[in-house]
Design a protein around this ligand. Sequence first.
Ligand SMILES: Nc1ncnc2c1ncn2[C@@H]1O[C@H](COP(=O)(O)OP(=O)(O)OP(=O)(O)O)[C@@H](O)[C@H]1O
Ligand SMILES: NC(=O)c1ccc[n+]([C@@H]2O[C@H](COP(=O)(O)O)[C@@H](O)[C@H]2O)c1
Length: 281
Amino acid sequence: MSIFIVNDYADAFPRNKIEKSYANAKHLREFADQLQRNDNTQLSSNTISFPIRRLVLLLAGSFNPVTIGHLRMPEIARDYYRLHSIQLLEVIISPVNEFYNKTSLTPATHRIEMLRAAIYNDNKWLSVDTWEAEQPFWTPVNLVLDHHYKIIKQKYGEDTELRLLTGSDLVQEMLNPTKWSPKVANYIMTTYGITCITRLSDTEVNRDDSIIEYITKEMPNQWKQHVEFIVDTMTNDISSTKVRAQIAEGYSVKYIVPDAVIAIIYYYGLYNSTAPISLVT
Ligand SMILES: Nc1ncnc2c1ncn2[C@@H]1O[C@H](COP(=O)(O)OP(=O)(O)OP(=O)(O)O)[C@@H](O)[C@H]1O
Ligand SMILES: NC(=O)c1ccc[n+]([C@@H]2O[C@H](COP(=O)(O)O)[C@@H](O)[C@H]2O)c1
């Protein structure tokens, strides 16, 4: 995978912008580095005897394109697990294979490149894994989890947990047997478990009960102990579908999609992007 685009547009990243604007403010650079180091201490946790639970999350999806809605998910999960004294070791992002039957799915190479650009500054505890995308066919999520769990156990030890990180719309879909095979959904729930972040969705609007109550009511009893719900206090309704529509109409998606990802979209003319966009100068 070429990193040409990532390097080319690295200037669009906020940290570099700070450096340019405050050419002499060395302390800002040091401060940013320190923040980054603090983030990355997540990885050196092998020596830490506390907390008790050690966890890796798998974020599976289309990322067509990756949005700040996706990028907030690991952050929200990390805060949640910190509060519960659980060590979140890393989040693996797995873009779906292009043979997944979904309309308007951009080739995996582009989605991977956009994801890599999006996590460029966070690439110690977030990773983009291409195993799923590289398979000659679509692989159901249960098998993607099985694949990663083998590696995670070798890397961090047998007692490390792997869970699927999702938005609440995906858990709702898992309850629908026309969308997910109940056998597969049940395997994922009971073998790995789900960390589910609330997501505002059209179906939630005008409904009296919260999305968590709604999903819990619908769920088989044996699943309930396996789902950890996290309430996003800044619930957003950002979706890749809406982003694609905005781009096709020539509207701005700045601050909804990272600048480096916008650059990639326009460079390749993805999502019927026609008008040039103004990146941060
Ligand atoms: N804004 C968001 N808030 C919470 N979860 C989100 C958000 N956007 C995406 N997700 C979650 O990220 C995972 C991957 O989503 P996916 O890449 O399919 O994005 P999407 O925006 O739902 O895509 P599309 O609009 O193309 O169907 C899913 O679990 C989804 O629920
Ligand atoms: N049976 C399954 O394993 C199954 C079914 C539907 C979606 N998914 C997964 O859910 C993720 C998101 O898909 P959608 O964007 O279609 O909601 C993708 O990673 C896809 O592979 C898995």
